[in-house]
Structure formats: structure tokens, C-alpha cells
Design a protein around this ligand. Structure first.
Ligand code: THU
Length: 161
């Protein structure tokens, strides 16, 4: 008897090629993420990332990557923004996050894929507040949107389950 089972995990994403097609709230968030990218501290990678977090109280908190001469000590834009948002408003869930990046003085053509550590941090936020976080990854040629972090992190680790 064979009990082995192959299954597929499907994540739904929405792609946009034009900012105009997006909801005003999402466009505003993208612009905040783009502004934040411009002031990132990234002298080593020269890859400046900006993230903007929209909270359920409608406040927007921005962050950008902060590098360090001891490379692993630096922090990604997403975690700077998420940690600050939760430090400032410990009881307010996150509604959405937009991410953009500048390389060679231009915003990247392709959407910025969040690193695994940032995905894990956002997942914790979703679980903690029982509130899905919409993810918006900006690229000049394409913008990708997902309605939950769980779509970015299938089979995730969760200590409490
Ligand atoms: N980085 C971010 O800030 N966010 C991401 O999603 C990917 C990578 C930063 C880390 C480092 O400062 C630089 O980009 C190059 O990896």
C-alpha cells in the first residue's frame, strides 16, 4: 500500500502594470514606500529599500533599510517599519505594507520580494492580531499584491501550534 501523497500549494497574487489601476489607499502607501527608499542608509549594498505600513487606525509608518559595517547587524526596511509601528501602537493591527527599492538611482523594474525573516515577522503580526496583512511589492514594470502573509510563507513555523 502506498500512502505517499503529493499536493500542490497555491498562492493567489494580483499583478498590476499601472499604478492608476490600484486603489488610492494602496497608491498612497506605495508613494510613502518610495519616499522612504530614497533616504535609506545602504552604503554597502547600495540597494535602498523603503517600506510603508498602513495601520488599522489609518496611520502610516515608514521605514528603510539600515546597514552596518558589521553586515548582519543591519536591518531590512520592512522590519524597521513593522517594529516601529508595533512599538508606537502596540494594540493596532497592520492593514497593509508596501515595499519598493532603488538600485543604480532607479526604482527596480521588478517587484521587491521580501526576505524570509521579514515574512516571518509579518506572519507574527498577522497571528498576533488575527488580522491579514496585505502585501504590495512595487516594481516599475509590475506591482504584485497578496492578501495575506500566509501566501508568502506556506508551511510556516509557529511555536504555538
Ligand atoms: N533588504 C531590505 O531592506 N528588504 C528586503 O526585502 C530585501 C533586502 C535590504 C537588506 C540590505 O540592506 C539590502 O537590502 C541588500 O540586501
Amino acid at each position: 500500500m502506498i500512502s505517499m501523497n503529493k499536493r500542490k500549494i497555491i498562492s493567489e497574487i494580483t499583478e498590476y502594470t499601472d499604478l492608476e489601476e490600484m486603489a488610492q489607499e494602496d497608491r498612497t502607501l506605495i508613494h510613502k514606500a518610495m519616499n522612504a527608499a530614497s533616504t535609506a542608509y545602504a552604503p554597502y549594498s547600495k540597494f535602498r529599500v523603503g517600506a510603508a505600513v498602513l495601520l488599522e487606525n489609518n496611520e502610516i509608518i515608514s521605514g528603510n533599510n539600515q546597514e552596518n559595517a558589521v553586515f548582519p547587524v543591519g536591518l531590512c526596511a520592512e522590519r524597521v517599519a513593522v517594529f516601529y509601528a508595533h512599538a508606537k501602537y502596540p494594540d493596532v493591527p497592520i492593514k497593509s505594507i508596501a515595499v519598493s527599492a532603488i538600485h543604480d538611482n532607479n526604482f527596480t523594474d521588478n517587484p521587491v520580494g521580501l526576505c524570509g525573516s521579514c515574512r516571518q515577522v509579518l506572519l507574527e503580526s498577522e497571528n498576533r492580531f488575527h488580522n491579514d496583512v496585505k502585501i504590495i511589492m512595487f516594481g516599475r514594470n509590475k506591482i504584485i499584491q497578496l492578501s495575506s502573509v500566509k501566501d508568502l510563507l506556506p508551511l510556516h513555523f509557529d511555536l504555538l501550534k
